[in-house]
Design a protein around this ligand. Sequence first.
Ligand code: ZN
Length: 394
Amino acid sequence: MKELQANMPCPVCKNAESKVLVRMQNMPVFCNVLRQSVEEAQAVIRGDIELVLCDHCSHIYNRQFNPAIVRYQPGYENSLHFSKRYRSYAAQQVERLLDTYNLSGQGIIDIGCGKGEFLQLFTRLGNCTGTGFEPTADPLEERDLSDIIIVSDTFTEHYFDIPAKCYASRHVLEHLSDPVPFLKTIRQAMNGKDALLFLEIPDGAYMLEQCSIWDVIYEHYTYFTPLSLRYLLEHTGFHCGEIQSGFGGQYLFVDAFPQAEGNVAISSGEEMAENAIFRMAEEFALCSGKRYEKVEELIGTELQCGRKIVLWGAGSKGVTLLNQLPDPGIIQYVVDINPGKQGKYIPGSGQLVVSPEFLDTFHPDTVLIMNDMYRREIQDCLDSLNLSARIHSL
Ligand SMILES: [Zn+2]
């Protein structure tokens, strides 16, 4: 099995030649399933990450990924919509799609819709009909979904008849062990319809450029770059518009349209190889090592000076960092504004997730934040609690 995995070809272009970017061992398989106790948190299933860059299409993927240990279930929580900053970004995307493609009053299908927040933006801003597919949705959970339907299933040919003018899929592709059949299914569903596909995913090239080692998580089997996303779309029957960057450069998004078979423009291998991404890859291992050293140094200094530290953000970035610290015990609490995470424990490293109000009792001197995009909103929250803790963006 190990032998097979070592030669795992690129899931986008099937090329077997790749370059190792970074290795991380014993990482929790699920960053986004918080646990009920420290013991449970420390006993989670773990896996190894060997992140590689495909020589041919510049796709980034974990060559040690084992899909058999990744089973999404109810309780999976990775909603970004608790953040005002993200909500406003998502609303702008929906307004752009409504205006550009006259989607008002039309059917929208969101595949991997989470709790349906994106669909609800379409129904509220554009009076659309929204249907979401979410295998991790708990069919028994009571929620106010009067304006949309969430199907607790994967999207298959059984659902091709649902009228839709726009198929959306956000933050799903990077979790799939084989994104090709996923896109081919959506492409088939679009046959005979005048519809478009909207995709949004983390930008793997931005991750390399920014040296965002905290973005490397086991759940993300792959990290698309603009080139590998275009390659995938063009090989699954789509013509894609401009691949754009959103949310401060952290995401890639694209509007894609069905393209008749046999009329596909394929990007050349040379075009790929000349891309700056291959140069950034050279730097990644070195600079990510330096980032860890800096964080350890910063935490060491704060603790030596007797300052109390919390980490803000129990999302993927926070979980990765905490699981890579040599002594995770040096940080006791993680703050998160999502009530669904509070009172639970970080998988692997085992810190308790607390509400911002908890800081009124704890009085931290230093707040470490994982994503500078949220600095303003975190500062506002600290101000409203009359806390003068210093924020350090990692
Ligand atoms: Zn490839």
